[in-house]
Write a protein that binds this ligand. Sequence first.
Ligand code: NAP
Length: 261
Amino acid sequence: MSDLYSLKGKIAVVTGGSRGIGFMIANGFADAGAEKIYISSRKAEDLKAAAAEISKKTTCIAVPADLSTEAGAKVLADAIRADEKGIDILVNNAGATWGAPFEEFPSKGWDRVLDINVKGPFFLTKELHPLLKANATDADPSRIINIGSVAGFGVGGVAFSYGASKAAIHQMTKNWANQFAADRITVNAIAPGPFPSKMMAFITEDEKARAVMEARVPLGRIGNPDDMAGLAVFLTAKSAAWMTGVIIPLDGGGLVARGDG
Ligand SMILES: NC(=O)c1ccc[n+]([C@@H]2O[C@H](COP(=O)([O-])OP(=O)(O)OC[C@H]3O[C@@H](n4cnc5c(N)ncnc54)[C@H](OP(=O)(O)O)[C@@H]3O)[C@@H](O)[C@H]2O)c1
């Protein structure tokens, strides 16, 4: 039982690890004993600061890259390949949204969101698949977690490109789970409800808007770092070695209560 929720000896890669949900997950992996954690995002200074924080607990390496492009995925993968023969965990978390009324929604609002939320995870996973496969065993498969959203299930949240991108990553999760099982790589998705982050700051840092949002959550609050780390560690430790192709809402009950995000 003692090592059921331990990441001792594991090497993890977390995209978008500089802040928000990515930082919650990378920090949670450090708390669970991961040996080394690579984090990646665009703004080098933010990333370095996050890596310094996590490095108080374990080795954390910052690799700045624009993961919305194939070239960026290669930058990160090359940095990892230079030092590792295998990795155990990949979390495709980096993401973005775009807000605009239907009548004004621009083409750029589709490209930006699909590039980082859907194509980015695809190309990075393509690059890192051999390293994940290298460390995978029957008893302890390598793990991929994709970060989806309740907005990929329901119709109440952010519309247009964001919801479509998150439905796409949920679908890709199931496809990959089926395809990669033979390689002993599990693929699951976390579909968060509201968590505090830069993406959600317009709500979580506005007292009134936050109260309205909290009132919509059956469990009466938005998510916190322990909520996110708890599920991410569960999915990547021995605890979830036989679990794949599952998309888990982590939303305080919002989806089941209302059927939307
Ligand atoms: N917060 C929520 O309530 C919520 C709910 C459901 C789903 N999610 C999902 O959770 C994930 C994380 O979002 P968050 O809420 O934590 O948002 P956030 O605070 O805005 O963090 C996004 C992270 O992704 C990185 N990123 C963005 N574009 C990138 C790019 N082109 N290349 C590399 N890195 C990039 C950002 O760093 P740089 O800007 O420096 O690149 C940052 O580290 C996203 O997939 C989001 O859709 C969030």
